[in-house]
Design a protein around this ligand. Structure first.
Ligand SMILES: NC(=O)c1ccc[n+]([C@@H]2O[C@H](COP(=O)([O-])OP(=O)(O)OC[C@H]3O[C@@H](n4cnc5c(N)ncnc54)[C@H](OP(=O)(O)O)[C@@H]3O)[C@@H](O)[C@H]2O)c1
Length: 311
């Protein structure tokens, strides 16, 4: 099968097109023929070698951890899926993933796509959407009427998180640059703070939950806006738990644990029109297109998602 691989850590030019063996499946896995995948910042962080100690991957590495496609084979123990099903998934974090024509995926990480969802939309949701879900629903246990602050609202995680939070009845504040203010209002955000000329920590207070997708100073200042007993999740770097304790709030680093059942919730919210991904650009499945996409993601200002049409 065709794949785009890296044989060493480094810049975008390390992404190379290659013929590799189609993966085999275990008894509890399915083989997905990938129609679309998407770019996430973890792709270039792995490519640069930032996560090599943590992940212990072997070259050649096939990056990419989102897929939408069609099941072509099922393992003997697979119960709820069959050949021909249209599915979307955030596969396990392995070194043979979704910049490829096929990927082997555990049944428990799959969800069926609604008829009305395109493969491009299906590929835009899993990693970013499930991350937002884990932070807002599992960690923060968000309730109707809560005030949540979602940093980097126009990014992959943020723009899905805003829609998810609105669908559960939260009041949503978010941060972005001037070019994304109108976009975020249209997505449903109640209060958009333009970080170029406003400091969120001076205009917000009594926030129930902060989702930090930026880190650094943004994370440090986020404690200031929380109400006593509030919660903060960073998906970028571990927050200072001592400081959290002193301030009477709960802070945590969240690392996504993929889950097909939670992805089914996105299928439901997509059908009702409550959560729809924004796709900045759909790219061809070539090494040059992926190299350019990695550069854009690394520059840090993608609106919504970059999607790759594999088929
Ligand atoms: N721990 C996990 O499991 C996990 C899972 C998913 C993602 N992540 C991490 O979370 C981060 C966000 O992921 P993502 O997929 O949402 O990234 P992304 O799509 O690349 O985010 C890009 C967005 O960030 C915004 N942004 C940049 N600087 C900002 C600032 N100072 N304040 C507010 N917004 C800012 C940009 O808006 P403007 O153009 O308006 O600046 C842009 O729309 C990444 O570091 C990623 O690696 C971690």
């Amino acid at each position: 099968m065709k794949a785009i691989v890296i044989d060493e850590y480094g810049g975008p030019e390390t992404l190379q097109e290659r013929e590799v063996e189609t993966p085999g499946i275990d008894s509890d896995q399915v083989l997905v023929e990938i129609q679309a995948t998407s770019i996430n910042p973890i792709d270039w962080k792995v490519r640069r070698g930032y996560l090599k100690q943590m992940l212990g991957f072997q070259f050649p590495i096939i990056l990419g951890w989102d897929a939408a496609g069609i099941i072509r084979e099922v393992g003997a123990n697979v119960k709820d899926f069959e050949v021909g099903d249209r599915v979307f998934t955030r596969p396990e974090t392995t070194d043979k993933s979704t910049y490829a024509e096929y990927v082997a995926v555990d049944e428990e990480l799959l969800a069926k796509m609604p008829e009305s969802m395109s493969f491009e939309q299906g590929a835009a949701i899993p990693l970013a959407g499930l991350t937002a879900y884990q932070c807002l629903m599992d960690f923060a246990e968000m309730k109707e009427g809560d005030h949540v602050l979602i940093h980097a609202g126009s990014g992959g995680v943020g723009h899905l998180g805003i829609q998810l939070a609105k669908s559960y009845g939260a009041y949503v504040s978010t941060t972005a640059s001037s070019k994304n203010v109108d976009f975020l209002k249209e997505l449903g955000a109640d209060h958009v703070i333009n970080y170029e000329n406003e400091d969120f920590s001076e205009v917000l207070s009594d926030v129930d939950f902060v989702l930090d997708g930026v880190g650094g100073d943004v994370l440090v200042k986020s404690y200031e806006v929380l109400k006593p007993g509030g919660k903060l999740a960073s998906i970028v770097e571990p927050p200072n738990e001592e400081e959290a304790k002193e301030r009477g709030v709960k802070a945590s680093f969240q690392w996504l644990e993929s889950n097909g059942k939670k992805l089914e919730e996105f299928a439901r919210l997509f059908k009702s029109g409550e959560v729809v991904p924004t796709i900045q650009e759909t790219l061809e499945f070539t090494e040059q297109a992926l190299q350019e996409a990695h550069q854009k993601s690394e520059d840090g200002h993608v609106r919504g998602k970059l999607v790759v049409k594999v088929k």
